[in-house]
Design a protein around this ligand. Sequence first.
Ligand code: UGA
Length: 433
Amino acid sequence: MALKAEEEQFLPSTPGKFKDKWSSGKNRQFYRCFASTSTMFLWALFLVALTAAYLSFQSFVDSGNKFFSAACGGAHWEKQIRSSAQIHRHNGFAVLVTGAAGFVGSHVSLALKKRGDGVVGLDNFNNYYDVSLKKARKSLLNNHNIFIVEGDINDGRMLAKLFEIVHFSHVMHLAAQAGVRYAMENPQSYVHSNIAGLVSLLEACKTADPQPAIVWASSSSVYGLNDKVPFSESDQTDRPASLYAATKKAGEEITHTYNHIYGLSITGLRFFTVYGPWGRPDMAYFSFTRNILQGKPITVYRGKNRVDLARDFTYIDDIVRGCVASLDTSKKSTGSGGKKRGPAQYRIFNLGNTSPVTVPQMVGILEKQLRVKAKKNVIEMPGNGDVPFTHANISSARRELGYKPTTDLQTGLKKFVKWYLSYYGYNNGQSVK
Ligand SMILES: O=C(O)[C@H]1O[C@H](OP(=O)(O)OP(=O)(O)OC[C@H]2O[C@@H](n3ccc(=O)[nH]c3=O)[C@H](O)[C@@H]2O)[C@H](O)[C@@H](O)[C@@H]1O
């Protein structure tokens, strides 16, 4: 009981319950005054400690940034960028290619460099898929004197620095979080790259003086649940089936805003299931090849009522020609220093093949090329963001860009398999990096 009484001394002073040994009057006043002074002192001490902790955290973050700038900056770094951006043809371009270590980015960079344009790459080398493949593409580009800056499009300071070093005439924006089904696993990465990263890049472009013209990768997935075939640019695109598609569609709206307010010249390209050598290991034709060679089963999705899924598979060289033609036909941005001077060009094109092939047919072609029978596990398409088919109407790109795809799936996959075997080796794919 005595203990209980003692405990009660330290209980909060609920009116009427507080029992104190400080009888009354002056003593109690003194105690209260002392108590409040020491409480204030403790609070002040706490605040000082908090401020100190905050300041040291800030300086840690700053030093991190400084470290990043130091790793990315410096005279040698700038020299590499300038040299990579050098133009070797009359009226050539200086192009910043984002996502340059990616599938489409590496191919476009090489094509531009080969014809004499200046090319600077930018890539964050994230681990969405095998980083060693991205590094191998980087080496390939390095061998052609293309320098790739390791950085994220969300890093506004780094982008500003790049535009300070080089007056880019064009930006080929291909950096993105790709993949339709992965959006269910990691939704934030789509917002980070395809929304926040896009805005960060557009901010840099809008502020740059001169402003570059921008060509960027949208996606056939924006057609979503559209069932009017073939898909035309004027069709409705307000029923995306995946978060990936939704971020690409949002990108189209966002780029329109920057075109409207700041006079940025913008061309959006809706790519249709691009495939080929140096491709993306997360895509079906690539992972199927690996599994078939390793004797592992592949999962083939099938639509409702046993209808096969189909894609307008488009070969990389055709896509590269579409990208380069988009750069060639881009008009200049009209703004400068963040101010619009007049209306600017805004375009959206489908870049597809116009001849959809079913997924089982695609598997059949691979089996023939690899001379191995696939172990197929056919299941109904899960509700994971997939759409049953895609089919591009390319009349607009044909008219405006002279775009004319020339590679059918059989020919394109033959080239892919040839590359795959030379890169990974036959060896049943066991040596896959
Ligand atoms: O056209 C586009 O815009 C999109 O094309 C591809 O997306 P997708 O067409 O889904 O390409 P794959 O992932 O290679 O799938 C091709 C087909 O194979 C099917 N599939 C995929 C994976 C699998 O395990 N099994 C399977 O049957 C899919 O349902 C689909 O019909 C790319 O992955 C996207 O980044 C791109 O934006």
